[in-house]
Write a protein that binds this ligand. Sequence first.
Ligand code: RP5
Length: 161
Amino acid sequence: MDKLLVAVIMGSKSDWETMRSADETLTRFDVAHECKVLSAHRTPGALSDYIADAERRGAEVFIAAAGGAAHLAGVIAAQTLVPVLGVPMESQSLKGLDSLLSMVQMPGGIPVGTLAIGKAGATNAALLAVAILANTRPELREKLQQFRDEQAQKVLNETLT
Ligand code: RP5
């Protein structure tokens, strides 16, 4: 049984190019995670089985990426008490506005923490997952502080020519 803290689920392999950023960020922080393609409408049974399995293995955060009528994050949130962070994918027709609105407009009662459209959202979902885990893990909190410090230093070192 592999150790798991964050389960990253995307509705299609076509989401992977964007969701690599979440994977890379979680890897950078050494957070036990895995990335899976499972769809709320194409593989509903397998999705439910995976949610239960991920919970059993200790997952403390789900990250869900989907595009278009992006119901994946909401469907996951309906089946778990573990926090769900949603990343709207940039769709071809509406540039991700459809994904964002589908994901962010959850009716009151079943929350999905929705991030920005695309790569920024993928990176931030991972960083937010790290922050959630860091509440009870001082070593992870330290790494997150270091990341913030480095980011700030980069800005302060900028020169304009
Ligand atoms: C959603 O539909 C996926 O999350 C993806 O963003 C979008 C398009 O999927 P494909 O048609 O590329 O498989 O389910």
